[in-house]
Design a protein. Structure first.
Length: 168
């Protein structure tokens, strides 16, 4: 759907002019549209330090309706990777050095036919040192109607476990 580094805050190349809506066709047995997004911010402009060190929001819209709203910020002081040198203690724009950046997975029940998906970033214009970039990689998957009402998974086992992130 989208797979690029998009300039953010640049008054000469606005993100909304390049992060264009995507139209797709949902066919036959497809009842669920899953959009998987990896999104990180990089660069540091003035006045807010975007895209790496500024909070901002992102909306995912489907057929003109907001289906997901994210605060694009991550606290890095609790990074489970130890020891870690450098600037890892500073909170960042949806990622932390040395930590896994989990994708956003948004499931939307849809009917067969044509749909339009759009990403919208919080409006922002930098005043100087204009270098902010939003790295966005988003993919669309189609699934048939679920056959079960409960979908359970074991993500991790905290106890017993000797991983550093689960220690006191």
């Amino acid at each position: 759907m989208w797979n690029k580094g998009y300039k953010y805050g640049d008054p000469n190349e606005k993100i909304e002019e390049n992060l264009l809506p995507v139209t797709y066709e949902s066919l036959g047995q497809a009842a669920l549209s899953r959009i998987r997004i990896q999104h990180t911010g990089h660069g540091m402009d003035k006045p807010r330090g975007c895209s790496e060190f500024c909070t901002r929001w992102r909306e995912l819209m489907l057929d003109g309706k907001v289906v997901d709203l994210r605060d694009m910020w991550k606290k890095c002081g609790d990074n489970p990777l130890y020891p870690q040198g450098g600037t890892w203690i500073f909170d960042r724009a949806y990622w932390c050095p040395g930590d896994l950046q989990q994708p956003d997975v948004i499931d939307i029940f849809t009917k067969p036919g044509q749909h339009t998906a759009a990403l919208r970033m919080e409006p922002y214009t930098a005043s100087s040192n204009i270098q902010a970039v939003e790295n966005i990689s988003a993919y669309l998957f189609h699934y048939s109607k679920p056959k079960q009402k409960i979908d359970a998974a074991v993500e991790s086992i905290m106890v017993p476990n000797d991983e550093q992130r689960f220690r006191d």
